[in-house]
Design a protein around this ligand. Structure first.
Ligand SMILES: Cc1cc2nc3c(=O)[nH]c(=O)nc-3n(C[C@H](O)[C@H](O)[C@H](O)COP(=O)(O)O)c2cc1C
Length: 207
């Protein structure tokens, strides 16, 4: 089949786009608002975009608040900081729970029962249960106009200025034990993929 997204002529019961760019890493973003309320939400329009400096981005769609902005994007733009926590098999239920649409005054870390702990370089807490936490300094937002009048996708970029790795996930050879971490990725619909020993493999790159 072939279709043109602007013509919405895929003829399928659901928009297939989310099922075609897969699996997507999940940026599990912690942030704080101007009153110090903790916020936590998963973003799968997320990725690392450069190496030196290490830089990540996440894209926030339209929110339900008056400013039509989701809490994470509003908080990061106002405070200039966020933490990207690695989402894994062990915390999948809490990750999902943290995607609930809630008013900004709700502490979503408390809601999930996860443990907020201090970051080293920024005032936003990180999630203790996540094996990796990236402390990020906000860089800039690129706005993508939505199809509906007034809708905007905000793509927020941040430089990773501090990285925490749980030592239990570093092998004796000094490598990251990814299959032990069991990170999860977003597929389409409500489906996910898990990285483990059975689903990962090695390819040596040609010279
Ligand atoms: C796995 C997963 C990935 C998600 N990815 C995105 C995304 O990339 N962009 C987005 O706007 N919402 C995404 N959502 C929905 C947000 O998590 C949800 O709107 C959440 O309430 C936003 O929280 P906030 O307002 O506290 O930032 C995702 C939800 C799930 C479960």
């Amino acid at each position: 089949m072939f279709y043109e997204p602007r013509k919405k002529n895929h003829g399928l019961p659901k928009n297939p786009f989310n099922s075609l760019v897969i699996p997507r890493p999940i940026g599990w973003i912690s942030s704080i608002d101007k009153h110090g309320v903790h916020n936590l939400a998963p973003y799968s329009f997320f990725n690392a975009v450069s190496y030196s400096p290490p830089t990540v981005m996440f894209s926030s769609g339209v929110g339900i608040a008056d400013d039509k902005t989701k809490d994470s994007a509003r908080n990061v733009e106002a405070s200039g900081e966020f933490v990207c926590n690695l989402s894994t098999w062990d915390t999948r239920e809490q990750m999902n729970k943290s995607s609930a649409t809630l008013p900004p005054e709700t502490d979503e870390i408390a809601l999930t029962g996860l443990t907020p702990i201090d970051s080293m370089l920024i005032s936003v807490p990180r999630i203790a249960e996540a094996p990796v936490n990236l402390e990020c300094k906000y860089l800039k937002t690129v706005e993508i106009p939505g199809w509906n009048e007034g809708d905007v996708y905000k793509v927020l970029f941040g430089e990773v200025i501090g990285i925490h790795i749980n030592d239990d996930f570093i092998t004796d050879e000094g490598l990251i034990d990814i299959t032990k971490m069991k990170p999860i990725g977003r597929l389409g619909y409500n489906d996910y993929a898990r990285v483990d020993v059975d689903s990962s493999f090695t390819l040596v790159r040609p010279p």
